[in-house]
Design a protein around this ligand. Structure first.
Ligand SMILES: O=C(O)/C=C/c1cccc(O)c1
Length: 512
């Protein structure tokens, strides 16, 4: 056993997008953390392909938003088609979302995004990364002390480290989840699908959104994810495996409906792989100061492209809370808000994805007939109809850190991100708290907010923010570092008072 026991405030297990995002968020707040991963480099194969405009804002806050725009391609939205490609329903997402300031659908190749995140993580002075290691044990020995044991894959040298917090971002087979005795609750969806990634210079001339083929005999998904990159997914029959589709003769009949006059010889098949699409959520996301994030906490079928985004939302929800606690500015109860806020949101997105999956794949011949009326179906199932159409995700709820007292119409919602004097609100406000108000702030409240390091954004009638406040029947809104509204209302003084009960002032700078 090595004797290199040392301590670090936060250990992050897993350097996928969720773990890296959490590390960057903590690093930007000066929190020391150690990130451990089985691999030195990012996994080179394509996987997730879509993030929405809300999650693009998270990437902005991490400092990789512009780079992400450069490696991603705006998507056209979602189209449900039958097996003859007749359009059953279309949910267009072309154009930039007014609220968030980014394309509502962003298509990309996961290794490209992971490379950006890794590079950004390495820029954080307080973050260390150790690849080529496997975590063997995570044991909380005292309320603020967890021992993480890991070994070097190459040398087999064993190490231990003390952490105050451990973030399990270690994926679907999470060792951290097992260590805290949490189990995945099956939410009733499990299907084997074939995933086919193709590169080609040929233009397939298809609609630029995601095509979901609703067909009980062979449900399928097609989408363009880059200038020269395309993704197909096909439900596998019970007697099939991905190995049956490695040669182009077997693949051609599957791809042909989208190829027009493009020949198979013009396509480079980058990868065929089998995935089991599941809907599941962890029964507990936390034990003491050990937390689960990303696929360790939830598995979302890919039919609405919300799987990876859920992990980035977890990181964005939790990191400021841990940093606030470790710097003494937030009380420990802020940590209690992570699981209720994120579990309810993740579950809603899983259920929505599962419903789209069911519409696509189940019901036999009668199901095919019913799917012809899928548009009315989406109208009558509000969560599917409204969310698939709007591409907005549900407001956060369920914790005292969202003060959704009766009548507060904005609490839990993301605040908009308009351009103010040439800069987006998120750039103006940075990584901290903000008060958005249509009324001038009284000097006493202003000095309170200043001591709390809470930015004040005054907005005038006719501005986008003022219109948003007006729709919420509020004149001011208090916005958390993750841009969710904690409370809104007509009384700035009450909001300031509320913030002072939650947030300690910045420590005064001591002069020498
Ligand atoms: O609703 C959208 O805009 C995108 C949906 C989507 C994205 C990626 C993969 C999918 O199967 C669906």
């Amino acid at each position: 056993m090595s004797t290199d026991v040392r301590a670090v405030p936060v250990v992050i297990v897993g350097a996928g997008p969720t773990g890296t995002a959490a590390a960057i968020e903590l690093g930007l707040r000066g929190i020391e953390c150690l990130v451990l991963d089985r691999w030195e480099d990012v996994y080179p194969q394509p996987r997730a392909v879509h993030l929405d405009d809300e999650v693009h804002r998270i990437l902005d806050r991490l400092g990789v938003g512009e780079q992400f725009s450069a490696i991603s391609r705006p998507g056209g939205g979602l189209r449900l088609v039958d097996r003859t490609m007749r359009v059953l329903g279309e949910f267009a997402r072309d154009g930039v979302s007014g609220a968030n300031g980014h394309p509502r659908a962003n298509m990309f190749d996961q290794p490209d995004l992971e490379a950006l995140l890794r590079a950004r993580m390495r820029e954080q002075a307080s973050v260390s990364f150790r690849g080529g290691v496997v975590v063997d044990g995570v044991e909380q020995v005292a309320p603020s002390r967890t021992i993480v044991r890991f070994h070097d894959v190459e040398t087999m040298a064993e190490h231990t480290i003390d952490a105050e917090f451990v973030l399990g971002c270690d994926g679907a087979n999470s060792a951290v989840r097992a260590a805290i005795g949490s189990s995945m609750l099956d939410l009733g969806f499990e299907q084997r699908w074939l995933v086919v990634d193709v590169a080609t210079n040929a233009d397939l001339r298809q609609w630029e959104g995601v095509h979901q083929v609703c067909d009980t005999t062979r449900a399928a998904t097609y989408m363009r994810i880059g200038e020269t990159r395309y993704r197909w997914e096909f439900q596998l029959h019970d007697d099939e495996t991905a190995a049956d589709f490695t040669d182009t003769h077997r693949l051609e009949p599957l791809l042909r409906p989208w190829l027009g006059d493009v020949g198979m010889g013009e396509l480079q098949v980058q990868r065929t792989a089998e995935y089991t699409f599941r809907a599941a959520i962890a029964d507990r996301w936390r034990s003491g100061r050990i937390f689960l994030l990303g696929d360790a906490a939830h598995l979302t079928p890919p039919f609405i492209g919300q799987g990876m985004g859920a992990g980035l939302r977890d990181a964005s929800n939790l990191a400021w809370k841990i940093a606030g606690f470790l710097t003494g500015r937030l009380a420990a109860d802020v940590l209690d808000s992570y699981e209720p806020e994120r579990a309810a949101h993740a579950r809603a997105m899983i259920v929505l994805a599962r419903r789209v999956g069911v519409v696509m794949t189940r019901g036999g011949r009668m199901g095919d007939v019913l799917r012809r009326s899928v548009v009315p179906l989406l109208d009558v199932v509000p969560v599917v109809g409204q969310q698939v159409t709007d591409s907005t995700t549900p407001p956060l709820a369920g914790s005292p850190w969202i003060d959704a007292t009766r009548g507060d119409r904005l609490a839990g919602h993301l605040c908009p991100n308009p351009v103010i004097d040439g800069r987006r609100l998120d750039d103006v406000v940075g990584t901290g708290w903000a008060l958005i108000t249509t009324r001038a702030v009284a000097p006493s409240a202003e000095s309170t907010l200043d001591a709390l390091d809470c930015a004040v954004v005054e907005t005038a009638a006719g501005d986008e923010l003022a219109t948003w406040l007006g729709r919420g029947r509020a004149t001011a809104a208090l916005v958390r570092p993750d841009r969710s509204v904690i409370a809104s209302g007509p009384d700035v003084t009450r909001l300031c008072a509320a913030l002072s009960t939650l947030l300690a002032p910045l420590p005064a700078l001591t002069s020498i």
